[in-house]
Structure formats: C-alpha cells, structure tokens
Design a protein around this ligand. Structure first.
Ligand SMILES: Cc1cc2nc3c(=O)[nH]c(=O)nc-3n(C[C@H](O)[C@H](O)[C@H](O)COP(=O)(O)OP(=O)(O)OC[C@H]3O[C@@H](n4cnc5c(N)ncnc54)[C@H](O)[C@@H]3O)c2cc1C
Length: 499
C-alpha cells in the first residue's frame, strides 16, 4: 500500500469536527473533512460553553473570533420552583475565571459554527468536502479506508488516511463501524426547544432575565435562556398526552410562554422537539477508527455541556494524533483518549441526569417534598465539576495530577498558554538552568520551560507543596515535583507513558 493520502479523515463538520480540524491543521497534519450537508446546521442546539472551552478555542487561534460572536457573562444558572423560590444556583463568576476567560459564554450556534469553519480555511493542509457523505469506513490494517458518495452527483470514491475520527454526531456511522455499544445513564425525555427574537421595543422582552432560569414547575418544567442580544430560548418539557407534531405550532407555544412574553414581544424563530439522552459509547477506538463528540457521548443539556465535552475530546485527541503521526509516540497513546475522557464526561452527564431529576419532577407531591427539602437547607450552590481524567498520560498521586491546570497570567503579563504554545510545559520556581538549557525534553519532546512563572503559579505550586508542574499540551497536569530530583524523574517517565 502506498502512503495514505491523509493523516486524518474527520467525518462530520459540526462544532467538534470543525474544532478538531483547526487543531490538527495547526499541528501541520494532512487532514480531509467530509460533511454530508451543504450548509451549517440551521437549527441551533448548543447555546452555552464554559471557560475551559474558550481556552481550547484560544489554542486553535480563534479566541478573538469566537469572542466576537459570543456573550460572556458573570451570571450563573438559577433553579426556581413554581412559587418562584430558588432551590439551587450554579454559580457564576466575576471577571476571568481559572481558565483566563469568563467562565460562561452564550452564543447563537450557526455563528459559532461559521467562525470554526472560517478558522479551518486558514490551513492549506486541511481539505474540506461539503456534500460528501461517508458511506462506510474500514480499518484496512496499514491504513483506514473511507467510502464516500458525492451527494450532488451520486459519484463514489475511496479515500485513505492513517486515522479516521468520527465526529459524525449522535447517529454515528463510525461508531457502528467500531462496533461500540452504548452505556445508558438513564434519561430519555422529549423537550420542545423554542428560539425567539425579541422585538426591540417590547418592554416585557427587555425585562427577561439575563441569566438562565430552570423553572422546576411540576405542571410544566421549562428552561429559559438569554442567548445573546435579542435572542432568547425556551426549552419546554413535553408532558404525557403532548403530541410532538402539534406542540411545535405557534398556537400551542404562545400559551406556554404567556407568563413572560407574547407575539407583541418576541418573534418565534423556530421550534423543534429533541429527545434528550444520557449515553456513553464503548469503545471509542478500534484500530485506525476513533470517535469524538456526540458520537461518543450524549448528555441532557441541563448543564450546557454536551458540545463542551466534544470540544474537550478534540483537545485531548489532537496533540496525541500529532505525536503518533510524527512517530514521537506509540499508537497505544490513542487508547488513552477513551481511558481519560470517558470517566471525565460521565461526571458531567451524571450531574446533568441528577439535575434532570430535580427539574423534571412532575408529580405534585414529589415536587412539594423536593421544595420542602430545599427550603429546609436553603438554596444549594454548586459549580461545574472539574473531574480528574481517567488513568492515561499523567503520573503521580497528588490530587492535582490529571486535572486541568489554570491559565494565569505569567510574570510578563501574557496568558500562560500564549507563552508556552501547544506543547508540554514545565513551570517551576527552580532555576531551570539546573536542568540544562533544554528546549527538548526526554525522547526528543518539544518542551517549554518557564522558570519565573509569576505569583499565581507560585501560589498554586505552594498549595501542592511542589516546586514544579509539568502541564500537557491540552493543559491537563501531567505531574508535579517536590524537588529537582523528582522533576527529573517525572520528566523521564514521560516518554514511557507516550509509548
Ligand atoms: C436542545 C439542545 C441544547 C443544547 N445545548 C447545549 C449547550 O448549551 N452547550 C453545549 O455544550 N451543548 C449543548 N447541546 C449539545 C450539542 O448541541 C452537541 O453536543 C453538539 O452539537 C455535538 O457536536 P458534534 O460536532 O459532535 O455533532 P453534530 O453537531 O451532530 O455534527 C455532526 C456532523 O456530522 C455530519 N455527518 C453525520 N453523518 C455523516 C456521514 N455519514 N458523512 C458525512 N457527514 C456526516 C452531520 O451532517 C453533522 O454536520 C445541546 C443539544 C440540544 C439538542
């Protein structure tokens, strides 16, 4: 077999495929993206992403462009009962959060998708084929083979790559080819999603809260989101007896919105019913075929974290693919994506399912018991989880290892990730001259060394009683060291974990 045409074929140009193509493009890989549809998906689904995801957009060189189409907010999410009492609050955060960016962003998905696609156009090494449907994928041993049908003409062709990543969404063909099964985490519920645009002169529309409210009303649970500018969203749970075809009609929608707005206040842009699921696939890889995004997991959107999880998958996968393609790491490194990410994403999904149980309580007695419990304890405050990755490419027993590292400003004022670039970084209070003036780590790895990391990193190190931290290209902590000898040992462990 001649050399495969591409390093990676990405199936699907949704947000996860587009972001992965940007990251792989930056790493210089030869990439082909195949997408069945002609245009960006017209119906927005995701409306929220978090500060860690903004940091991944930063790694793709797109923070400014994404920031221009997204609204940063310091506000959190409020869960209120039918009487308007607050049951729980997912905290907001003032100013930049731990990732160096606001912790919560809201956006209109077609605009974000457009920014991600424009980003891909920067790379001559990334080829995008729209209206090209992948009909089959196969691990052919020395390469992966992809059967493609051109939608306009019906013409078939075969493309080859070293690896195929299925970013092809919930009904993934690549997942079927891998033979993955789905672990069901126990929530399947249809909800009506209504996107509206406020009429600029409506005072009622102007009074809509600019934070997300989960209305835990057993008569009709619903979520209300200020998306951005004049855009707002209602997500409305379907109740027994609701007809999915009929409930999307304006005549059925207006009465459900009536307490807040009517036709004089907002225009309905679209309404569609989605069934929310809580699922994790296994395995995510078989040989040259891999998964990322909704093909690998799906979550009810009560935390606004489904796409975020897919973006984290892409960040986790991109640097590993780069090393494997370059021959700097063994193929088994690719197995660590599932080992690390599957447990991580499960924490988010399981929390979303628990929140779903609070929001979706429709039995009046159960809802009253729930309200009484919260009344007794007072509103409960919580944050997004920050789980540790499953066992993979990180070392050490400290609770900091395998967890995402913050992005402070360094002593010179730059954000950490800008300063160190997309590679492993050693941040230390030791004079790193003692390690030799290396720009290469063990095994020829490209490493950034920072020996005057500034007060925030120094405080972080002091809390861990460490003198150095090794941060991976996706900004998760590889390891920490309590002294110079341990730093040398931890660095020396790196190549064995990559091979
Ligand atoms: C109502 C709702 C609200 C949500 N809110 C949020 C939120 O606020 N925050 C958040 O983070 N997430 C949210 N999500 C989840 C989020 O929308 C998804 O997780 C995300 O869109 C998944 O992105 P993806 O790229 O993996 O898949 P998709 O966006 O589904 O993209 C898959 C792409 O693959 C293409 N494709 C499929 N099969 C083939 C094939 N055989 N050949 C070629 N192309 C193919 C499709 O055409 C599509 O373009 C929400 C979801 C819903 C339903």
């Amino acid at each position: 077999m001649a050399e495969p045409e591409f390093d990676v074929v990405v199936v699907g140009f949704g947000p996860v495929g587009a972001l992965l193509a940007n990251l792989l493009g930056r790493h210089g890989l030869r990439v082909l993206v195949l997408e069945r549809d002609a245009d960006i998906h017209p119906l927005p689904r995701a409306v929220h992403f978090d500060g860690e995801v903004m940091r991944v957009f930063q790694a793709a060189g797109l923070a400014e462009a994404v920031g221009s189409v997204a609204r940063a907010t310091s506000k959190g999410m409020h869960f209120v009962n039918a009487a308007g009492e607050t049951l729980m609050v997912r905290r907001g955060a003032d100013g930049p959060g731990p990732h160096g960016w606001a912790n919560n962003w809201y956006f209109h998905q077609p605009e974000l998708d457009a920014v991600l696609r424009e980003g891909v156009a920067r790379f001559a090494n990334v080829e995008v084929r729209l209206r090209h449907e992948v009909m089959a994928v196969r691990d052919a041993g020395t390469h992966a083979s992809v059967a493609v049908r051109e939608v306009a003409t019906g013409a078939s062709s075969e493309r080859t790559a070293r690896y195929v990543v299925g970013c092809d969404g919930a009904r993934s063909l690549v997942r079927d080819a891998i033979g993955a099964s789905m672990l069901d985490l126990g929530l399947h519920q249809p909800w009506l999603v209504v996107d509206v645009v406020a009429r600029p002169r409506s005072e009622r529309a102007q009074r809509l809260p600019d934070y997300t409210v989960q209305h835990c009303d057993p008569r009709r649970p619903m979520t209300r989101v200020h998306v951005k500018g004049l855009r707002h969203r209602w997500e409305i749970m379907l109740m027994p007896g609701d007809d999915e075809a009929e409930i999307v009609r304006p005549a059925r929608i207006w009465p459900m919105l009536a307490r807040a707005v009517g036709p004089d206040d907002v225009r309905i842009e679209r309404a569609a019913v989605y069934t929310f699921h809580a699922l994790v696939a296994a395995p995510w890889r078989r040989g040259r075929l891999m998964l990322a995004g909704d093909s690998a997991h799906q979550t009810p959107p009560f935390l606004g974290q489904g796409m975020c999880a897919g973006i984290r998958d892409a960040a986790n996968l991109a640097w590993k693919l780069e090393l494997v393609v370059a021959g700097a790491a063994g193929e088994s490194l690719l197995d660590t994506c599932e080992a690390e990410r599957s447990l991580h994403v499960r924490e988010f999904i399981e929390l979303a399912v628990r929140l779903g149980a609070v929001i979706q309580a429709t039995d009046p007695d159960a809802a009253e018991a729930r309200d009484a419990e919260f009344r007794a304890s007072g509103p409960r405050m919580f944050d997004f989880p920050q789980p540790r990755l499953g066992r993979g490419v990180w070392a050490g027993d400290s609770p900091a290892c395998g967890v995402v590292f913050p992005q402070p400003r360094l002593a010179d004022g730059r954000r950490l990730d800008e300063a160190v670039g997309n590679r492993f970084a050693v941040l230390s209070v030791l004079p790193l001259g003692t390690l030799g003036a290396r720009t290469r780590g063990p095994g020829g790895l490209d490493l950034a060394f920072v020996d005057a990391p500034g007060p925030e990193v120094e405080e972080w190190l002091a809390r861990q009683e460490a003198v150095a931290v090794i941060v991976r290209p996706d900004r998760y902590v590889f390891g920490i060291a309590r002294n110079e000898a341990e730093l040398r040992r931890t660095l020396d462990e790196l190549p064995s974990l990559l091979h």
